[in-house]
Design a protein around this ligand. Structure first.
Ligand SMILES: O=c1[nH]c(=O)c2[nH]c(=O)[nH]c2[nH]1
Length: 328
């Protein structure tokens, strides 16, 4: 059989990635800040730009960047990553007749208010500073929004997936790994106490929903009154983000872990149970191994779990445990 030499364009998507944007929202001297890395990609009737070198259908990626900055300045949703992503995606598909889908991903970097002591000696209190911030972690809140206008510009739908990336955690006990398959390939020793460390990658998928028609022709601001602003939906975003982070960290800390798999499942089940607008939860958890140093060369026991105190953090390889837990 000879393979066909012909080919066709089966998929095309383009846009701007790594658009870095910082926004300050001032309430007098009390400021709110956000820092985002934005990726905005488009699909639609763009095939000829690939197949016929016809750029007349191309909204320049530079313009996509400029729209991102324009909305960062004008959108009332800028402080909320889900809402801002929905707004940006809706703007893109509404503005251009031949663009039918927008894919907006936003990484939100952490800026927390600096706690400062105020008041006179003896009556000091700690307050969060109104306009000074520090980076209180390398983890990022992530949201990926798919805006679909294929059914018409007045029938836009959204699929929102949000979560956390790069949340590095470690516990020095409360983790075991026993009872696994033992055969001729097994060298791992069963332990009832070990170090458990992982860099949490969490994503949760909201129920798809219809985007209400924009109320303003130019800014395409989505009206967020009534049911659209309900807590727990992606219009809110904050409630689920807070719940998911709290459940993840508390379960990691409190669980007497039988394995990464079992701890993962407990976390995900709780997120589904506590957040009715979430359809499914996916964790990807690298098992970052810490191996006790064998000190028998100097006659010291550093290997049995109770005596193990000096460990080598192993950069690679790591385990990689993942699963999706879905609402029934
Ligand atoms: O929690 C664990 N799950 C595994 O599947 C596994 N495999 C392994 O070598 N160590 C671990 N730990």
């Amino acid at each position: 059989m000879s393979a066909s030499t012909e080919s066709y364009l089966s998929h095309a998507r383009y846009g701007k990635d790594k658009v870095r944007v910082f926004r300050v929202v001032r309430e007098g001297s009390f400021h709110h800040v956000v820092e985002y890395n934005v990726c905005a990609l488009l699909e639609g009737e763009i095939d000829v730009s690939y197949t016929k070198a016809d750029n007349s259908v191309v909204v320049a990626t530079d313009s996509i960047k400029n729209i991102t900055y324009y909305l960062a300045k004008t959108s009332p949703h800028i402080l909320y990553p889900e809402r801002f992503a929905i707004h940006l995606g809706t703007h893109l598909v509404s503005k251009y007749a031949h663009i039918h889908k927008a894919f907006v991903t936003i990484e939100k970097l952490r800026w927390a208010r600096i706690p400062v002591k105020t008041g006179v000696a003896g009556q000091e209190e700690t307050k969060l500073h109104p306009h000074s911030f520090y980076r209180d972690g390398d983890d990022k809140r992530v949201t990926s929004v798919e805006i679909d206008a294929t059914g018409g510009k007045d029938k836009i739908t959204a699929k929102v997936t949000s979560g956390i990336s790069d949340l590095l955690v470690l516990k020095s006990t409360g983790s075991a790994f026993e009872g696994f398959v033992r055969d001729e390939y097994t060298t791992l020793v069963e332990v009832n106490d070990r170090i458990f460390s992982t860099s949490i990658d969490l994503s949760y998928v909201y129920k798809p929903f219809a985007v209400p028609a924009p109320s303003d022709e130019k800014k395409l601001v989505v009206d967020l009154t009534g049911k659209h602003a309900e807590a727990g939906t992606p219009w809110d975003g904050e409630k689920v983000a807070h719940s998911a982070r709290k459940i993840t960290l508390e379960t990691f800390a409190l669980d007497e872990s039988a394995s990464v798999q079992a701890t993962l499942y407990k976390m995900a089940q709780q997120i589904v149970a506590e957040n009715p607008y979430v359809e499914s939860v996916t964790y990807k958890l690298p098992n970052k191994h810490y191996v006790p140093v064998d000190m028998r060369y100097i006659g010291i026991d550093n290997l049995t779990p109770a005596a193990a105190e000096v460990f080598v953090p192993i950069a690679a390889p790591s385990g990689l445990i993942s699963a999706t837990i879905s609402r029934k």
